[in-house]
Design a binder for this molecule. Structure first.
Ligand code: SAM
Ligand code: TMP
Ligand code: ZN
Length: 408
């Protein structure tokens, strides 16, 4: 165990500020009869003294996380489906409106964004290492390459398809520790006037909402405008636009271009100034975040313990990757949460990683509403609460823990 490591962006010293202890792979849902030893690693986060990038202290090998059976599918949320369709339409009307444009999506998953591009007949390629979800994309008419994107993949795509006008990644770039290879690949593949657009959870929102469960094996980097600008400029690229997004509890969509190729939008200076004014990279902010996490870490198990003593049933809602951090940090198990309701076929009938709470389909939730539902998928709260009105009508209450523990 070490409380400092080398920054994956600039090589500077990353100092640890928060330790979540031993954690399992967040998406490793286990078959109930699986007796093999579960893989654990130490989850801790730190900030670089040089470029300010917040990142994990330890890296989990990528093949352990992204493989044939990777269970997460983008189409599980109607809000996210609408979000990606709207973006695809925006691309079609803008960056992809020239002659024979080409878009490459890193981590296209089940093709939720690219299928709109494919339906419009534009040249595209999804790069997706997780075989099962890549097959779902292909079944929807999306052209997919089953591969990890990195420098060598970019060179091979360039040779086969030529340069990309848009390289896009949603909730994928922050998953990739080997950023030097990714950005080398982007420089190789991007057309001279092209854009590299990516959207990921925003560290500013994570701090503001104490959404510490955004920290898990797959989320290696926690971006800010400042750290992304630094990352871009060290790699021959420039941050030319930022856009705040309401999805997944608060994200930022960053647009990078080759240095000097595009004008820089006013939104960049505005977000940089906001981050500076609130001291987002300061030691005091990081310490304050760690303290706020400690409060939830105390309050949530205390509430669940109290409900258990009262004999009140609690069911979890949404077997998110995020929930692995919460359950394993707070010592939440099947004695507190009877099961977790989730719509994802690949998670149902399995046990949640580490906590071994069973995962069941939403019909199990509806068959016998509990008095309390612990909303692990709090980032989809609006969508879920709207569709679960019958649970409320039956007297059910939601337990939330972001930004603090409360029952509503
Ligand atoms: N873009 C989708 C979305 O936002 O819903 C999926 C996001 S999912 C959380 C992350 C995806 O990135 C996974 O499907 C994973 O297989 C993929 N991935 C991980 N490393 C990658 C890499 N080096 N190149 C391309 N995709 C990668
Ligand atoms: P995410 O927060 O990483 O997008 O994961 C959300 C999880 O919650 C995913 O496993 C699908 C599940 N889910 C439901 O079970 N019901 C729902 O209505 C929604 C939106 C998600
Ligand atoms: Zn750094």
């Amino acid at each position: 165990m070490s409380d400092s490591t080398a920054c994956r962006i600039c090589g500077g010293e990353v100092r640890e500020f928060l330790d979540f202890g031993r954690q399992p792979l967040s998406d490793a849902f286990r078959a109930p009869d699986d007796t093999s030893e579960e893989f654990f690693y130490r989850l801790a986060m730190g900030a670089c003294g040089g470029c300010t990038m917040v990142q994990l202290m330890e890296e989990v090998p990528r093949d352990r996380m992204f493989h044939e059976d990777y269970p997460y599918i983008s189409r599980g949320s109607s809000v996210m489906r609408a979000h990606f369709t709207a973006l695809a339409e925006r691309f079609l009307g803008g960056e992809l409106s020239g002659s024979d444009p080409f878009i490459v999506e890193l981590g296209c998953n089940d093709g939720t964004m690219l299928r709109t591009i494919a339906a419009a007949g534009r040249r595209h390629l999804g790069v997706e290492p997780s075989g099962g979800v890549a097959d779902l994309a292909a079944a929807d008419g999306v052209r997919v390459r089953k591969d990890f994107f990195e420098a060598s993949t970019a060179a091979s795509i360039l040779a086969e398809d030529g340069p990309a006008d848009v390289i896009y990644a949603a909730n994928t770039l922050c998953h990739i520790p080997y950023m030097d290879s990714i950005l080398e690949g982007v420089r190789t593949l991007l057309a001279p006037g092209g854009v590299f657009v990516f959207e990921d959870p925003y560290f500013g929102d994570i701090v503001e909402r104490t959404s510490f469960d955004q920290v898990y094996d797959e989320h290696f980097f926690f971006f800010t405008a400042r750290s992304v600008r630094e990352m871009a400029s060290r790699n021959g690229l420039e941050l030319v636009d930022v856009e705040r997004l309401p999805v997944h509890g608060g994200e930022v969509r960053y647009t990078l271009a080759r240095a000097g190729a595009r004008p820089v939008a006013a939104s960049v200076a505005a977000l940089l100034a906001e981050e500076e004014a609130r001291g987002l990279s300061s030691a005091a902010t990081l310490e304050g975040f760690a303290k706020a996490v400690d409060r939830v870490r105390t309050d949530l198990p205390a509430l669940l313990e109290q409900l258990r003593e009262q004999g009140a049933r609690v069911v979890g809602y949404g077997a998110t990757a995020k929930s692995a951090t919460v359950t394993n940090l707070c010592g939440i198990g099947p004695e507190h949460v009877e099961f977790i309701s989730d719509t994802t076929p690949a998670k149902q009938g399995r046990l949640a990683p580490g906590s071994h709470i069973p995962v069941r389909g939403p019909e199990a939730f509806a068959a016998d509403y509990p008095p309390y539902a612990l909303l692990f998928a709090w980032n989809h709260a609006e969508e879920i609460m709207a569709k679960e009105q019958a649970f409320r009508d039956a007297g059910g209450k939601w337990i939330l823990y972001v930004p603090e523990v409360r029952v509503v």
